[in-house]
Design a protein around this ligand. Structure first.
Ligand SMILES: *Cc1c(COP(=O)(O)O)cnc(C)c1O
Length: 366
C-alpha cells in the first residue's frame, strides 16, 4: 500500500492558530508587542543579550555582514556544504566567500584546513552548523582570536543545539537563526540575529527598519536600510513555537532515535554521527547510502519525500561562472554530497510513517 510521507512538516497547533487570530482581531500588524516578546524569548533561550527578528534567515545573514562592515575585497572563510544563502550573503556586499572543505564525520567546516586559507583580506569565519550539528567552535574561536577575525555563526539549522553545553548561536560574535517552515520552529518566513554586542544589535535593528534610529522620526533615515521587518502575525506564531520548543525538540529527538534504531540494522546505510561534545537539535535526518540517486528515485516514486541535502555551493552554476569553481576543488564535500539522503522528518512523524519509510528504503537497497 502506497503512503505519502512529506519531506518535512511544521508543528502548528491550536495555540498557534489562536495567537495569529488574536493579532488579526487587533489593529497592530507590524512593529508591535509580539515582535518584542518573540525577541525576548529567543534571547533568553539562547542565552544572549540581544535578539533582532527579521523576515528571513537570509535577511539576517545580510544584516550581519553589513553590520560588521564586510564589503568589497574582503574574504570570509566558510563551508561549501550548506544551503546557498550562507555564502550568498557575502556576495550581496561584494565580499568573497572562500570555501574550506569539510570534515567527513561532522560534515562541518574542517578546522584543520582553515589556517592555510587565511590572507590579509580575511575578515571573518562563517561556520554553518549543518543539519543542526555545531561546528568545532573551540578551534574556530582560537583561530579567530589569533588572526583577529569575526566569527559569524550560521545557526539557521541549529536552534537548540548545544556544543560543550553552550547554545549554538551564542558562541561567536553574532549568530543567525531561521524560521522557514522546515526548520525546528517556524514563523512562516522569518529569522533572528543574536549577539551580546549592543553596537551590532543596534545596527541590525536600524538596517532592518529602513535605516531608522530609535527616538528619531519615522521619515528620518540615518543610514542605508532595508525592509527586513518581521510582521506581528509571524512573531505571534514564533512566540507560541518558543513556548513549545522543548516539546517540539523532544519529539524530533524521539523521531530521530526511532530512525536510528531501525536503520542501524542496515549494513549499507551510514547513520548521522553525533559526537560526545554535542547535544543535537534535529533539523533533518540525513543518511548516506550507496547509489543514492537510484535510491532517491525509488523512494520518491513510492511517495517518500526525500532530498539530496546539499548540492555543494561551489558547484552551483553561478558560482562556477563567478569564481571558476570546478569539480574536484573540495573532494570531501563532493564525495559526501553524492551520497547524502534526507528522509522525511518532522516532530509529528508517526510510527506508521517511519515504518513505511524504513520498509521502502529496505526495498530500494535490495
Ligand atoms: C534555512 C537556512 C538559511 C536561511 O534561510 P531563509 O529561508 O532565508 O530563512 C541560511 N542558512 C542555512 C544553512 C539554512 O539552512
Amino acid at each position: 500500500m502506497k503512503m505519502n510521507v512529506p519531506l518535512s512538516a511544521p508543528d502548528i497547533g491550536p495555540l498557534e492558530r489562536q495567537a495569529v487570530m488574536q493579532v488579526l482581531s487587533g489593529s497592530v500588524l507590524s512593529i508591535g508587542p509580539q515582535l518584542e516578546a518573540f525577541e525576548r524569548l529567543v534571547a533568553g533561550y539562547v542565552g544572549v543579550k540581544y535578539a533582532v527578528a527579521v523576515n528571513s534567515g537570509t535577511s539576517g545573514l545580510h544584516l550581519v555582514i553589513r553590520s560588521l562592515g564586510i564589503g568589497e575585497g574582503d574574504e570570509v572563510l566558510t563551508t561549501p556544504f550548506s544551503f546557498v544563502a550562507s555564502a550568498n550573503c557575502m556576495l550581496f556586499e561584494r565580499a568573497k566567500p572562500v570555501f574550506v572543505d569539510i570534515d567527513p564525520l561532522t560534515l562541518n567546516i574542517d578546522v584543520s584546513k582553515i589556517e592555510e586559507k587565511i590572507t590579509p583580506k580575511t575578515k571573518a569565519i562563517l561556520p554553518v552548523h549543518v543539519f543542526g550539528y555545531p561546528a568545532d567552535m573551540r578551534e574556530i574561536l582560537d583561530l579567530a582570536k589569533k588572526y583577529k577575525l569575526y566569527v559569524i555563526e550560521d545557526a539557521c539549522e541549529a536552534l537548540g543545539s548545544r556544543y560543550h553545553n553552550k547554545m549554538a548561536g551564542s558562541l561567536g560574535d553574532i549568530g543567525v537563526f531561521a524560521f522557514y517552515p522546515n526548520k525546528q520552529i517556524t514563523t512562516g518566513e522569518g529569522g533572528m540575529v543574536v549577539t551580546d554586542r549592543s553596537e551590532l544589535a543596534d545596527l541590525c535593528r536600524s538596517m532592518r527598519n529602513q535605516g531608522r534610529e530609535e527616538g528619531n522620526g519615522w521619515l528620518e533615515h540615518c543610514r542605508l536600510g532595508y525592509n527586513y521587518r518581521m510582521d506581528e502575525l509571524s512573531a505571534s506564531l514564533g512566540v507560541v513555537q518558543m513556548q513549545r520548543i522543548d516539546e517540539i525538540l523532544n519529539k524530533r529527538q524521539a523521531a530521530a532515535e526511532k530512525y536510528s534504531t531501525r536503520l542501524k540494522e542496515f549494513a549499507q546505510v551510514e547513520l548521522p554521527y553525533v559526537g560526545p561534545e554535542i547535544k543535537m537539535s534535529w533539523f533533518v535526518y540525513v543518511i548516506r547510502v550507496p547509489d543514492r540517486d537510484r535510491v532517491l528515485q525509488y523512494l520518491r516514486a513510492r511517495g517518500v519525500g526525500c532530498q539530496t541535502y546539499f548540492q555543494p555551493i561551489h558547484l552551483q552554476p553561478f558560482y562556477t561562472k563567478m569564481f571558476g569553481c570546478q569539480k574536484g576543488n573540495f573532494p570531501v564535500t563532493e564525495k559526501v554530497a553524492s551520497s547524502t539522503l534526507a528522509l522525511p522528518f518532522a516532530s509529528n512523524l508517526t510510527d506508521e510513517q517511519i515504518d513505511y519509510v524504513v520498509e521502502t528504503l529496505a526495498e530500494a537497497l535490495n
